[in-house]
Design a protein around this ligand. Structure first.
Ligand code: ADP
Length: 270
């Protein structure tokens, strides 16, 4: 709480009383702390790959490059870490654009079935590598919504990619589209993976929050995927839900309206 006390004087300069201003800065302090945490997180995430790239390239220059087995191994680490940096910067850039509303959705009539097919194609190899069964029954009727097809695909790929990531080998990942009452459609991604504890479900959409930091990092995750997904779903005026049971698996569902509310968007973009 900020308190400001000042005397109130009349035109002749006589004291008429005092004015006390109470300014509640709890919210401001909180925002400042969130900002500081974010900067600390970003710095840490950038520092790790940079340290690695520096270390391995210096070791190579110091002579390790003359040993063939080291040359290949170290170069491959350098390349992976550079790739991680690239992903991180791309994700950060996108997140900041979304948060500052500097990006516009390319609204058009989109066939959800097509988005599903494209997303599955992108993710297929990743599932195969872990012998994970990808289950999907295409909808029988046409499933059109007003949306941005690229962003929608990004949402679905992200959810599928996480489902595969957090499911042990030989597990199952299921993708489905169902009607959502009269309003639109529900897209769900279910897995038979490690699941998420109840206390953590609300936190996984936070920037950089990971249930298991080491596991996420080892798999190349940036910890920003779900934060981006949530923003993109909200930009579509949709909703995202999660149900999960540790050890059994998780289901993420995205609810999309058939048509956007143009009024709503105007207000949000103001
Ligand atoms: P990451 O790059 O770490 O995957 P995300 O933002 O995509 O970052 O996800 C945040 C965290 O949520 C993950 O680190 C993981 O702990 C958890 N998570 C996301 N999807 C799943 C899933 N399908 N099953 C279990 N845990 C998940």
């Amino acid at each position: 709480l900020n308190v400001l006390v000042a005397p109130v004087l009349d035109l002749e300069g006589h004291n008429k009383g005092i004015v006390i201003v109470f300014h509640d800065i709890t919210q401001l302090k909180k925002l400042e702390r969130v900002r500081q945490d974010f900067v600390a997180n970003v710095s840490h995430e950038l520092k790790t790959p940079i340290t690695s790239i520096k270390g391995f390239s210096e070791t190579l220059l110091d002579g390790a490059m003359y040993r063939e087995e080291h040359l290949k191994q170290f170069l491959s680490i350098i390349s992976q870490e550079a790739e991680r940096l690239h992903r991180l910067v791309e994700d950060l850039l996108q997140l900041s654009q979304i948060e500052q509303r500097q990006f516009e959705l390319n609204w058009q009539k989109v066939n959800l079935a097509e988005v599903m097919n494209n997303s599955l194609r992108v993710i297929e190899a990743k599932a195969e590598a872990k012998e994970i069964k990808l289950e999907y029954t295409p909808p029988v009727e046409s499933t059109f919504v007003e949306a941005d097809p690229d962003r929608l695909q990004q949402i679905v790929i992200n959810l599928l990619s996480n489902a595969i990531q957090y499911t042990p080998e030989k597990g199952e990942v299921r993708l489905s589209i169902d009607p959502w009452a009269e309003k639109g459609y529900r897209i769900c991604v279910s897995d038979t993976g490690i699941g998420i504890h109840k206390e953590e479900i609300t936190r996984i959409f936070e920037r950089f929050y990971r249930v298991d930091r080491a596991r996420s990092r080892a798999s190349g995750g940036t910890g920003l995927g779900l934060a981006i997904v949530k923003h993109l779903v909200e930009a579509h005026q949709g909703e995202i839900t999660v149900e999960s049971e540790p050890g059994k698996g998780s289901t993420f569902c995205v609810y999309l309206h058939r048509q956007r509310n143009k009024q709503d968007n105007k207000q949000k973009n103001r």
